[in-house]
Ligand binder design. Structure first.
Ligand code: NDP
Ligand code: MG
Length: 407
């Protein structure tokens, strides 16, 4: 049985739900807290987490009366305790505390840590059979299909929070698996959609951070500019819904109004639309199996006037092509794809490499991995984490020579 419930088999939602938010101080965390704020009587906050933003975390913990607050940076425990002195909130620090936050008995968990660092906490929620709203796509890409198998085994319910996958989740209910032909996820095309390849190569951090439609965290915004985000999402769709690469298409749609579509055997295409506001897919996950009131702007298609579409430019955005390659290769290749990208994005933010080097480093790391003959199915979290670590090391080793070639 799939861990993503493909039909709305409506069970009565309990009156007060306990919720935990992993990555509460980030962009998705912020949208989630906004929704919780609007319906305070329906939700009790169990645990909230952050990486280093102790003050932001403590403010939220106080506002929502959280039972537990955890900061990933172990050096900041004292600061967190001080900020929460006189409250009933228990404090924790370090990776183990983030895992503890996920393991505490909340009905619903938002997994919104950024990067593969979110894998172990997400698994801790999955293993106790929680309902997990999954925003953290890197953890799924890192773990491979093993993540969903483990979720199914534990009886966890995975609700896709990423807007495109949430759209597919909503549209998939219109037919059966045997009737599905393909899914289509849309991409805005990012800030460099119309740029020449030579200009994309030289793009600055400020230019990469100017997303035309979505307001998001720094890492995913850079991933959107390289279309690595769409690559991660192709892999995410494959694992979430057990789809082959040939069953997943990407369509550039600059207005970001249609988020995802599903084509069925009778050639009906079912789409989900909405303003580009993450509070809509998060509200769908938070309310599921019911629907709650969402705060996003009402969709005014007459005002928008035109919805346009383009084929993705695989030549100008090699990161997208590499995602399909990684998926077809399997056996840890998607873990390598993600790990190398995390190293490359950190180097780009740190001013060490040009924008064009990001995809090149990912490709070189994947090639090296395939040549080394290390490919093997991932059967545990430890397998995935070992591949992730070794790919990060390899990417860091390859980085200077790849960067030099690009100058
Ligand atoms: P942000 O960078 O805005 O926030 C990340 C959150 O995770 C923060 O709370 C941060 O804490 C925490 N965090 C970062 N690193 C660690 C770590 N090593 N250990 C524990 N906690 C950590 O990211 P976003 O909210 O934009 O994205 C979160 C996830 O959701 C990503 O996987 C992204 O791909 C996905 N996503 C985001 C969308 C968006 O619109 N933003 C859309 C769809 C998916 P601190 O604040 O202290 O740094
Ligand atoms: Mg998305």
């Amino acid at each position: 049985m799939s861990a993503v419930p493909l039909r709305n088999n409506k069970a009565a939602a309990s009156a007060v739900r306990t919720v935990s938010v992993l990555g509460a101080t980030g962009s998705i965390g912020d949208s989630t807290m906004d929704l919780l704020r609007a319906a305070r009587d329906r939700y009790q906050v169990e645990a909230l987490t952050a990486h280093t933003n102790v003050q932001g975390l403590a403010k939220l913990a106080k506002e929502f009366g959280a039972r537990f607050a955890a900061v990933a940076d172990p050096a900041r425990l004292g600061e967190l305790k001080e900020a929460l002195a006189g409250t009933r909130t228990e404090c924790g620090a370090g990776e183990s505390a983030i895992i503890e936050a996920a393991a505490r008995p909340a009905d619903w968990v938002m997994a919104a840590v950024s990067g593969a660092a979110g894998l172990k906490p997400a698994l801790a929620a999955v293993d106790r059979g929680a309902t997990v709203a999954l925003a953290n796509k890197e953890c799924l890409v890192c773990a491979g299909d093993f993540f969903m198998q483990r979720a199914a085994k534990a009886g966890a319910c995975i609700l896709p929070a990423d807007s495109e996958h949430n759209a597919l989740f909503q549209a998939l209910g219109s037919g059966n698996r045997e009737e599905l032909v393909r899914v289509i996820i849309t991409a805005s095309g990012g800030p460099f959609r119309t740029w020449a390849i030579a200009d994309i190569e030289q793009a600055t951090l400020a230019q990469a951070l100017k997303h035309p439609n979505w307001s998001m965290g720094q890492k995913i915004t850079i991933d959107s500019a390289s279309m690595m985000n769409k690559g991660l999402e192709v892999i995410e769709a494959s694992y979430l819904f057990a789809l082959t690469p040939d069953e997943i298409d990407v369509l550039v749609h600059p207005q970001s109004i249609i988020h995802g579509m599903v084509e069925f055997s009778d050639r009906s295409v079912v789409a989900q639309l909405g303003a580009p506001d993450m509070r809509t897919p998060i509200a769908h996950c938070l309310g599921w199996p019911d629907r709650i009131v969402g705060p996003a702007a009402k969709l005014d298609l007459a005002k928008i006037g035109q919805l346009t579409f383009e084929a993705p430019a695989f030549d100008r955005f090699p990161a997208l092509r590499l995602a399909y390659d990684a998926l077809r290769t399997g056996r840890g290749a998607t873990t390598v794809y993600n790990a190398a990208n995390e190293v490359a994005v950190a180097a780009f933010i740190g001013g060490k490499i040009k924008f064009g080097v990001i995809a090149r480093l990912v490709e070189a790391t994947m090639d090296d991995w395939i040549r080394s003959g290390n490919l093997a199915p991932l059967t545990s979290a430890d397998d995935a984490i070992a591949v992730d670590h070794s790919a990060r090391n390899k990417a860091a080793t390859l980085l200077p020579q790849i960067a030099l070639k690009a100058t």
